[in-house]
Design a protein around this ligand. Structure first.
Ligand code: FAD
Ligand code: NAP
Ligand code: SF4
Length: 678
């Protein structure tokens, strides 16, 4: 059989070294870089990815000095006493035949601490700390710090370094007039603003010698008003080529940009146009990035000539064996990153270690493991939602005889509803992954019928109750009307919805229901096209505008929607840290009204009567859709405990606890239970 994904899996020679394929595991902070005690875990995490066949791994950002810290006590490499912990990582990766570069990240004004510095004292909108403007000597000291850090990385056994020059960090800050207001040789003209980046690259190359990989992460699209223009991006890239850089990795958007760059709303490979433009302008190998999550998409970027390599970060949290599976023609077994950010970036921004919603082992390779069960048991798993799927597949992999029941005709539970929401199309991939996984580990499926306690009690050693939730029903006058619907009526049963709608409950499902109703509301729509996405968010694909930003194209709203909650906090505050603003922004662009501090009084033929901070109001609507949270569907568990006893009945996911339930918790609980059932 011919080699699958031939362009992606072809080696790439950098002259002094050869990368075994075109896959770069992009830098992703895991939180394990920050504490010496966590380096054995970090080493195991990277070793597993190296074993999976990645061509070149890049670590999370490591600061070259205290001023460059992302946050107090973040990972740094400033002295020889820190080498030993890094050697754990490089030795582990090399033992698996991999290559690894260390990213040097100086946060500049994005540093979340009082010691942060910048080209000028311009505070960023995403940090409370105003940076201290660097003196001329201070600028020199930052360059020295980069150089020393690179030299230490070389000593620690890394195969190279990545200089973080995008996303709005220090190097990028020097390039842009808005935050670089200097009038010395480091500011003013483009030549002066680019001097810092070029000096860092030139001096690092001078120090590490010719046979060490230097990747420069260049901001091809700043996506801020005052960002670099395209001529400046190309001039910088050519200068970096001269300075001795080996690879140009594309960075998309500053962290303060108000444009989605990696969330699931972003179509796959949406920014390939920018990588292509850079590749056309330089002779260095160029790395494409952002929302590349399948071997097909990755291969196409290279085959079409848009890039020489492809960087993926989150997809390697989701599946460490991504490359090996692609190479073995088993891409349909890849556990695909769904770009939710829920367990990776949202964790990092709330100072928890990163893991992955679809793969709770990520970052926990030394802790969450399983082996064959000493005694194979007969196990029933009731409910084929995310919790049940995870439990059934892990238990079966360990040699148990597992039967998976679900009342629905297919697996997936609520994921079958979620996958129809615009921007959640990636949920299909999780269901595809589990279909194959169940086959591979021999889970018997009994779908299309609800089971009861009597059927289960005599035939199984253990019963796992993963029966999920029931939507909360509200007891409010008039809510027995046919015009009052639950989110299941709308999303699952496709009941018709009028043009004026009030949605009760502004949690994840309230927002998703609003997004669904912005479409025609009749079912799943094709994913947003790249041109439509770029137009909606004002991204200039012609690369004429500074920062690649133009006016966003106005969107048309099909319905008049009001989203309501009782809490007096801002609507949507409870959504994901890194994605909530995108949902809020999208609904606002579509004219969705949002009201907090609401009390629900009654529904009648005039509409929904509410009180907002003591003031009575009427919202004239055709329909009300209730998205007011859920309650556990756990009656089966109660009945079974009576006959089997506590030790043989196990609850997970929504059946255990409906509050704070999401797929992250459901899959983690299923996996952890599957790993220990004995
Ligand atoms: P469920 O997924 O509810 O599965 C329970 C299963 O049990 C069902 O298939 C049901 O048919 C079956 N069952 C029940 N009783 C029986 C019985 N007696 N016999 C046989 N079968 C039975 N979460 C996120 O983390 N991120 C998101 O972006 C996200 N978006 C969502 C969007 C929408 C529109 C919805 C509705 C949910 C979303 N969720 C999201 C929530 C997520 O889907 C749930 O948290 C998750 O599905 C819960 O998993 P579970 O396995 O506990 O239960
Ligand atoms: P949720 O996030 O708990 O939101 C429930 C909403 O209902 C809240 O706005 C709550 O706000 C309101 N509510 C609760 N009890 C009520 C009552 N008795 N009367 C009126 N309003 C009431 O739950 P969800 O939206 O149903 O989502 C379920 C789970 O799926 C969540 O845990 C969520 O994380 C997950 N999910 C995640 C995403 C995502 O994008 N990450 C998307 C969808 C779902 P008030 O109490 O202020 O009124
Ligand atoms: Fe991808 Fe979500 Fe996992 Fe992050 S948590 S790696 S976005 S699937």
């Amino acid at each position: 059989m011919s080699q699958p994904y031939p362009e992606l899996l072809a080696p790439l020679s950098l002259g002094f070294t050869v990368l075994k394929n075109r896959v770069l595991m992009g830098s992703m902070h895991t939180g394990l870089e920050d504490r010496k005690a966590d380096y054995p875990k970090l080493a195991a995490y990277f070793a597993e990815r190296a074993r999976g066949g990645v061509g070149l791994i890049v670590t999370g950002g490591i600061a070259p000095n205290l001023a460059g810290w992302l946050a107090p006590f973040a990972g740094k490499l400033t002295g020889r006493h820190e080498l030993a912990r890094h050697r754990l990582v490089t030795d582990a990766v090399h033992a698996e035949g991999g290559k690894i570069a260390m990213q040097i990240l100086h946060a500049g004004r994005y540093g979340y601490h009082p010691l942060c510095v910048g080209p000028s004292a311009v505070k960023s909108p995403i940090s409370p700390f105003k940076p201290r403007a660097l003196s001329s000597r201070g600028v020199g000291r930052q360059i020295d710090a980069f150089v020393r850090c690179a030299s230490l990385a070389q000593e620690a056994g890394y195969d190279g370094v990545e200089l973080m020059g995008s996303e709005g960090y220090l190097i990028n800050q020097f390039l842009v007039e808005h935050v670089n207001r200097r009038d010395d040789e480091w500011g003013g003209s483009f030549e002066n603003r680019a001097r810092f980046a070029l000096e860092v690259a030139r001096r690092v190359r001078e120090t590490v010698g010719p046979e060490f990989i230097i990747i420069f992460r260049i901001s091809v699209l700043d996506l801020i008003d005052t960002g670099s223009d395209w001529n400046e991006v190309v001039k910088l890239a050519l200068g970096l080529e001269q300075a001795g850089v080996s690879l140009l990795n594309c960075g998309i958007g500053w962290h303060e940009a108000r444009v989605p760059t990696i969330a699931t709303r972003v179509p796959r490979a949406a920014f390939g146009f920018a990588t292509q433009a850079l590749k056309d302008a330089v002779s260095l190998p160029v790395v494409a990035t952002n929302r590349i999550n399948t071997p097909e998409v990755a291969n196409e970027l290279i085959a079409s000539g848009a890039a020489d390599l492809v960087s993926m970060a989150r997809p390697f949290l989701a599946d460490s064996q991504f490359v090996a599976k692609a190479a073995a023609n088993r891409a349909n077994r890849i556990n695909t990153c769904i770009a939710c950010n829920q367990a990776c970036l949202d964790h990092i921004f709330s100072r928890q270690a990163a893991t992955c919603l679809v793969n709770p082992r990520a970052g926990r390779e030394t802790e969450l493991n399983w082996s064959l069960a000493a005694t194979p048991r007969r196990i029933a798993v009731v409910g084929a939602g995310p919790a049940g799927l995870a439990a059934a597949s892990v238990a079966a992999e360990r040699g148990h005889k597992v039967t998976l029941f679900d009342a629905q005709d297919g697996i997936g539970g609520q994921f079958n509803i979620a996958k129809q929401i615009p921007g959640k199309e990636e949920f299909h991939e999780t269901l595809r992954y589990f279909e194959h996984r169940l086959d591979d580990v021999g889970v018997i499926r009994q779908l299309g019928r609800a089971v009861n306690a009597t059927e289960l009690a005599d035939h199984f050693d253990h019963v796992v109750i993963a029966t999920g939730i029931r939507p909360r029903v509200l007891n409010i006058p008039g809510f027995d009307s046919d015009a009052v619907l639950s989110y299941l009526d709308v999303l699952r049963d496709r009941k018709p919805v009028g043009e004026r709608v009030a949605i009760i409950g502004a949690g994840g499902i309230g927002f998703d229901t609003a997004e669904f109703l912005l479409g025609d509301g009749t079912g799943e729509q094709p994913p947003q096209s790249v041109p439509a996405f770029l137009a909606q968010w004002g991204i200039d694909a012609t690369l004429q505008a500074r920062g690649a930003l133009v006016s966003a194209q106005p969107v048309t709203a099909r319905r008049d929607i009001t989203l309501l909650q009782r809490k007096s906090t801002a609507v949507g505050r409870g959504l994901g840290k890194t994605t909530g603003w995108i949902h809020r922004s999208n609904l606002k662009q579509h004219g969705v009204a949002m009201l907090s501090g609401v009390e629900y009084e009654r529904f009648d033929h005039n509409g929904l009567h509410i009180t907002v901070r003591g003031e009575p109001r009427l919202i004239a609507v055709d329909n009300v859709v209730v998205c007011a949270g859920q309650e556990s569907n756990d009656e089966l568990a109660a009945e079974l405990v009576a006959s089997l006893g506590d030790a043989r009945v196990h609850r997970i996911g929504g059946a255990l606890l409906a509050g704070e339930l999401d797929a992250k918790r459901a899959i983690r609980e299923g996996t952890e239970l599957g790993a220990i059932l004995a």
